[in-house]
Design a protein around this ligand. Structure first.
Ligand SMILES: *Cc1c(COP(=O)(O)O)cnc(C)c1O
Length: 357
């Protein structure tokens, strides 16, 4: 690749680590591609965007994000198509969501050119890291954190934005056993649950581990006021098929607006299914299950696209759902969405951002 195509300066690795990668045996989130993008915010503007070898950053112990949590992230994936082009799925939606998170956390908005050009140039440079294998992808982690060396509680005046990437294998997750959380909450109205802010995830670990100790993979968050309505599960939005209709809670300040969620709903509509965005109560799920009308349940998110739920626990009772292979709507939509993302089906919504090498 010729460096004069880059408008963002790049310092390249002398020896790529790509030979160490075994595409058939990739452990999620532990192997990092050769390069990363870095840009810094100082005195009211973003400056010095550049690409450099992936590696440690040196930080002062007083770095304010470590203490007060002005730290946000995004997650997205790149795929390779039959021609070897790199396909990004809805990257501008991740950019806009990053800035929504930034606003809520009193952090500066990133510029679109640093995000999009930085991403594109990083992927060109590390193109060999986008796995060609079906089901595999390159996971992309953009993030921003406060860098003031100051321990007073106030918004930082300096920030760092960076993007690194990791190749990930196919998601062969087993169907999940989840339990409805009766006590802890992830998010409250007026809070920051709709932002991908680091602290939201840290605060969710303890309740999730307690559920794991009781034999469930994940918990289902309910609303903070009454624990009556379904919100999300872990870091996924939740969907159900109730009596033939695809139903999901509406996005709000407490529910994160997942890009997979939006894509699944759109594809389901395109395929002719009935979609309802409305509140779903725990009672409704229990009644539907009793009546044999709770036909499917699954989480949606970038990591898995669709993660099937086998069992939902509530109040001492395990609700077992129909076999995965019988789940018409989720299997149909998941297959169609996968084809769109990898360039095997028409991209009627202009979701795919192609990088031709
Ligand atoms: C990231 C995330 C999702 C899923 O968003 P996608 O854009 O589909 O990956 C859902 N819920 C929470 C809490 C999240 O952090």
């Amino acid at each position: 690749m010729s460096l004069d195509m880059l408008t963002i300066p790049a310092q390249c690795v002398e020896n790529s680590r790509i030979a160490e990668l075994d595409y058939n045996n990739i452990e999620f989130g532990k192997i990092f591609s050769d390069h990363m993008l870095v840009a810094d915010y100082k005195e009211g503007k973003w400056e010095n965007p550049h690409i450099r070898p992936y590696g440690n950053m040196s930080l002062s112990p007083a770095t304010s994000s470590l203490h007060y949590g002005q730290s946000i992230f995004e997650g997205m994936k790149a795929y390779r198509d039959a021609n070897g082009d790199i396909l990004l799925f809805r990257p501008l939606d991740n950019f806009h969501r990053l800035n929504k998170s930034a606003e809520r956390m009193c952090m500066p908005a990133l510029t679109e050119d640093i995000f999009m050009q930085g991403l594109e140039q990083l992927l060109r440079l590390d193109a060999a890291w986008v796995p060609p294998t079906a089901g595999c992808a390159l996971y992309i982690r953009p993030f921003m954190f406060a860098t003031d060396e100051f321990i007073g509680v106030r918004p930082s005046s300096s920030y760092r934005f960076a993007i690194f990437t990791c190749p990930v294998g196919a998601y062969y997750g087993q169907p999940l056993r989840v339990a409805i959380e009766p006590h802890y909450v992830r998010s409250v109205e007026g809070g920051a649950g709709y932002a991908k802010a680091a602290g939201n995830y840290g605060a969710a670990l303890y309740p999730a581990r307690q559920m794991q100790e009781r034999g469930y993979h994940q918990l289902i968050w309910t609303d903070a006021k009454e624990h009556k309505y379904i919100e999300e599960s872990g870091t996924m939005n939740l969907m159900f098929v109730l009596d033939g209709k695809l139903v999901t809670p509406p996005v709000s300040t407490t529910i994160l607006a997942g890009i997979t969620r939006d894509s699944v709903l759109q594809v389901a509509r395109d395929l002719g299914y009935t979609v309802e965005e409305r509140k779903v109560s725990v009672d409704e799920l229990e009644e539907a299950h009793k009546a044999g009308k709770l036909q499917e349940a699954f989480g949606t998110g970038t990591a898995a696209t669709i993660a099937q739920i086998a069992t939902i626990h509530h109040n001492g009772l395990d609700m077992d759902l129909p076999a995965i292979e019988d789940r018409k709507i989720s299997n149909h939509v998941a297959a169609e969405l996968d084809k769109i993302k990898t360039g095997q089906a028409p991209d009627t919504h202009h979701w795919v951002h192609r990088i031709s090498l």
